[in-house]
Design a protein around this ligand. Sequence first.
Ligand SMILES: Cc1cc2nc3c(=O)[nH]c(=O)nc-3n(C[C@H](O)[C@H](O)[C@H](O)COP(=O)(O)OP(=O)(O)OC[C@H]3O[C@@H](n4cnc5c(N)ncnc54)[C@H](O)[C@@H]3O)c2cc1C
Length: 348
Amino acid sequence: MTSSRYDLVIVGGGIVGACSAYMTAISHPGWRILVLDRQLIGDGNATAYSAALAPHFGRSPDQLEMSARSLQLYREWHQRLNLPLRDIDVVWITSPESAGRIPDMLGGEILPADELLAAHPYVVLPPNWTAFRTRALQSPDPSQLTARLLHWTRKRAGLEVWDGVQAVDLHDEGELCQLSLADGRRLSASKVIVATGPWGLSGPGQEAVRAAGIRRKKIVALHVQAPPPRDAPVFVFFDDEAFLLPWADSSMWLLSITSTEWDCDVDASKLFISSSERAHGRAILAGFAPSLRDACVAGRVFSDTYSPTGVPCISGLRGRWATANGGSGAGFRLAPEIARAALNWITS
Ligand SMILES: Cc1cc2nc3c(=O)[nH]c(=O)nc-3n(C[C@H](O)[C@H](O)[C@H](O)COP(=O)(O)OP(=O)(O)OC[C@H]3O[C@@H](n4cnc5c(N)ncnc54)[C@H](O)[C@@H]3O)c2cc1C
């Protein structure tokens, strides 16, 4: 019979929960850790839908710093665990107004227009616009990456993983956190990390998440169903906050666009790509890759939590429990640092 007292319970087995479990197992090897998820781990969460692109980039100095540290951690873990991660070229296409702002931040080099067009004749660089070239990490299978982190932790540190178990409430009782589960069971833990992604506004710890000003927003990536050339880079259309990524199985491109639909439903079956979002995607392609415009026929839609500053937010009761939220559309890229910050919060 399993006893229900843990050193750490992590609620949510997406990328943030998996990074939290992995880091905790390394830094606190004796801890008894449980990850629980309301669904099958890796199924129907923001991580599973993710384009999982991780460039060294931030829209603020804080986000940039988190990004750099996260990338370093991903690379270290990749060396140890052979994660599904690949290096990929990134071409940033920027207007004259934005070009001056980003080269230092990206640390990239200018890609002359004739070189760009010779290598990628399907792309249009408008007059006076600039292209920069950098590298990024990208996961062809973020669910598998999550599973790999959890698998290592399970084998090395005896991590328990419970699929199909939903936490509904979290409160303090003396020295312990008490978690109530949807089926009526209760769990005791010295510490809890709540990493419930888009569900953060309605589950355990929701008051702390709301108090931090976190909101939910739709994320849309259109499927451009034309096979990308071999070794195609990712094109970032910086001014449109969009990117065109050659999908891992080489059958299509993913065009990630910025949706403005705030406070959307968390239930993915109630989300759909609107005609104006598809028109927006097609307009971006018409400008930068016109031959792909008519192949923009399908897509994926989910949601994520956004913080007021775009920097992920840890809140809760210091030394005891933390909510780790506000990936702000960059939660894959920043997950190792979000996890590190949550772990610091519950151990300080
Ligand atoms: C289409 C799309 C494209 C994206 N592209 C990128 C990108 O290129 N780069 C990037 O950095 N980011 C990207 N993102 C954002 C990124 O994927 C998310 O920020 C990140 O995956 C969030 O991870 P998470 O672990 O916080 O949440 P999730 O992956 O959603 O995991 C949360 C987990 O918690 C579980 N859960 C929820 N409530 C409970 C409960 N009460 N009890 C138990 N379990 C619970 C859920 O079942 C879920 O498995 C994209 C997102 C989408 C949707």
